[in-house]
Design a protein around this ligand. Structure first.
Ligand code: MF3
Ligand code: CO
Ligand code: CO
Length: 293
């Protein structure tokens, strides 16, 4: 009896003959593919929050409000306004809809939204800067609604921009969209950086390495950190119920960043343009739901 149980339960060892009858050792035959498909590999690593249906619904609502705020900004943004005015619009709209602007006071960030113009990569602080014809600006909005976070950003082109500025804005958006198309159960996070880097470099642009995407939902920034460039190896697997952002920052010139003395504003080292788009996405049973769409 015991013997039989042992025979059935004992896991095949690396040097055993493979179960398929090939006559090869297990390690040279089906071991790798079995490991990939085994239930042990289909469990997310520690620290990754798999959201419940209830949490997903809460995060979805917060993401829809985030999207609505970006639509609202899009209706009003124009040359001659200041980034402080964008901050007021975002703050008021968020509060009016029962939510809290997540950036305000986050690690000491002083405003309710990030506004990043031209050579600013991300985390620009709204101030009295006046938008000029030809500027490109990223507005990055994050809401907390009933304790749930939604995070998205878009580029806005002010008046008539140069051809390269328009191309950078378009390519950055395509990079985000190509990456979102890779999101599905058991997909490799490493592929996100691969498709983004390929598309950026084919268009003569570079990918920022110092900032990335992140898990989100119950907190602003959760595990995992998501690379938007090719790190040259596999990443973690994606699992249904994971919620994270994809937010590539694409530079016209070099990918390197510098931090201004305010401790927040990240700029390109060469003074050239940078563009970013961001969505919050959820891995579903059979693919992806873009929550901020
Ligand atoms: N919204 C940014 C992101 O996409 C984070 C901004 S942090 C802040 O992750 F403090 F600057 F608001
Ligand atoms: Co984000
Ligand atoms: Co954001």
């Amino acid at each position: 009896m015991n013997f039989k149980v042992d025979l059935v339960m004992r896991k095949l060892q690396r040097n055993d003959l493979c179960w398929c009858g090939s006559g090869k050792k297990y390690k040279k035959c089906h071991m790798e593919s079995d490991m990939k498909n085994s239930s042990a590999m289909k469990r997310p690593p520690k620290g990754i929050i798999i959201k419940t249906e209830e949490q997903i619904e809460g995060i979805r609502k917060s993401c829809k409000l985030t999207r609505d705020i970006l639509d609202y900004v899009g209706e009003k943004i124009t040359a001659g306004i200041t980034t402080n005015m964008i901050n007021e619009w975002v703050h008021e709209y968020t509060i009016k809809h029962g939510a809290i602007p997540a950036p305000l006071g986050y690690n000491g960030f002083p405003k309710s939204v990030c506004t990043s113009i031209n050579n600013v990569i991300c985390h620009g602080i709204p101030d009295e800067t006046v938008l000029q014809d030809g500027d490109i600006i990223n507005v990055d909005v994050t809401c907390i609604l009933n304790g749930y976070y939604g995070d998205a950003s878009r580029m806005y082109i002010i008046g008539e921009a140069t051809d390269v500025a328009k191309k950078l804005v378009r390519v950055a958006r395509e990079c985000m969209e190509l990456a979102i198309a890779e999101v599905k159960p058991y997909s490799d996070f490493g592929v996100i950086g691969q498709v983004i880097q390929k598309h950026a470099s084919e268009n003569g642009f570079s990918v920022v390495r110092d900032y990335g995407g992140h898990g989100i939902g119950l907190k602003f920034h959760e595990e995992p950190h998501i690379h938007h460039y090719d790190v040259g190896q596999r990443g973690m697997q994606m699992f249904p119920g994971m919620i994270f952002t994809i937010e590539p920052m694409i530079n016209e010139g070099k990918y390197q960043t510098a931090l201004l003395s305010d401790g927040w504003t990240a700029v390109t080292v060469d003074g050239k343009l940078s563009a970013q788009w961001e969505h919050t996405v959820c891995v579903t049973e059979d693919g992806v739901e873009v929550l901020t769409a």
